[in-house]
Design a protein around this ligand. Sequence first.
Ligand code: GLU
Length: 426
Amino acid sequence: MAQRLLDRSAAQSSLNVWEMAQSQLDDVATIIGLNQSVHAFLREPKRILTVSIPVRMDDGHFHIFEGYRVQHNMARGPGKGGIRFHPDVTLDEVKALAMWMTWKCALMNIPFGGAKGGVICDTKALSAHELENLTRRYTSEISIVIGPEKDIPAPDVYTTPQIMAWIMDTFSMQKGYSIPGVVTGKPISIGGSLGRDRATARGCLYVLNEAMRELGLEIAGARVAIQGFGNAGLHSAELMAADGYSIVAVSDSHGGVCNPRGLDVKGAIAHKAETGSVVGFRGGQRIDNRELIEYPCDVLVPAALEKVITAENAHRIQAKIIAEAANGPTLPEADDILHERGIMVLPDILANGGGVTVSYFEWVQDLQENFWEEDEINQRLRSKMVRAFKETLAQARRHNVNMRRGAYCVAIDRVAEATIARGLYP
Ligand code: GLU
C-alpha cells in the first residue's frame, strides 16, 4: 500500500525524473553564467548501454530482464555510481541518477565522474540463486564498460554487499585474476572498506549536525522522521538516535510506525529483521508513507525513492530541516515552496554524499592494497562532509539561493572547469 502511495504522488508530477534532473542543471547554468557549449554538453549522458539479461530461473525457463549502465560524465575521472534493482527502474531514471552522481562526486571533491546502473526486477520475487544468476549475467553484459579505471559500480536501492561480491567475482573470473577495485560496497573479506555500510547515514548525520548548529537548533531531543528503512534510513535512525536525536517516525515500503515521544530504534530494527517490516512494531502507532512526510518533527529524512516531496505536500511539511538521504526526493516546484517557507533542504548530492565518499576510500585502499582503520575513515569522511556543507552554504549565500542551488553551483563549476581544461577531442 505504501508503495502505491509513493507511486501516486510521483504520478502527480508534471516532470519525469530525467527532465527534473535536466531542469535543475538549466536553472543553475543561468545563475553561474555557464558557458553555453559546456551546458549543452552536460545536459546529455556521455554513454548509455542497454543490455538484455537472460536468466535461467529455478523452474528451468529463461526469463529476459532488461538492464542499463549510463555514464553521464567522466571529465574528472572514472564513472562512479550504484546499481539499482527495482521493478520501476527506467532508462530515464538511470540517466537522472547518473547525472546526479556527476554533481555528487564533484561536490564531494572526489576524482570521479558520474554513472549509474539499473535492472528492472523485483528482488523479493527472486530466489537467491536467480538473483545471483541475474547479477552475474548483468555484470558480464556491462563488463565492456566497467573496470577500476573506467567505471566503478556500488550498491543502491535493493543491491547489497553480497551482490557486489558477485560482481567482483564475475568480472575477476572473466579477466583471470582478482580485481577488487572494479566495485565498491563489497564485503570486508574481499577488499571492502570498514565504515562503508554506514557511510551514507554517517555522512548525512555529519551535515545535519552542521545545519543544526548553523540554524541554532538543539540536537538533544530534536525530533526526526525517516521515510525508508534500507541502508540509508535504518543506519540514519541508529546513528541519529545515538547522537541524541529522538526518532519519532520510521517507515519502509509496507508502511510505518510513529511515536511523538520517540521510538525505540533498536526494537524497530529487531522487528524489521524478524518480520521484514517496521509495520506492527509495538512501540508506536501505525502511519503510512504519505502521513510520515507531514508528521510533526524538526528534521525530515526522506531515505527511499524519488519525488515524494511535491507541490501538494510541501505546504504541510512541519520539519525545519530536510536531509535528503534518498536521491531526488524533492520536486523542483516543491523546492521553491520549501525555500519560501524557510525550511532548509540539505540536497541529496550533499546529504547522501557520504556513501560515494567512502566508496572512493574503498577504491583507493583496493588500488593501494593497504587498508585503513575505521576511525581514520570516519575522520576523513567528516572532514569532506563538513567542507562540502560549508562550500554549499557559501554559494547559497553568495547567490541568495537555496542549498540545492548552492551545491549545484559548487559541483557544476568544478565539472565545467575540468571539461574546459581538457578541451574537446578531436
Ligand atoms: N548509490 C549510492 C549513491 O547514490 C552510492 C554510490 C557509490 O558508492 O558509488 O550515492
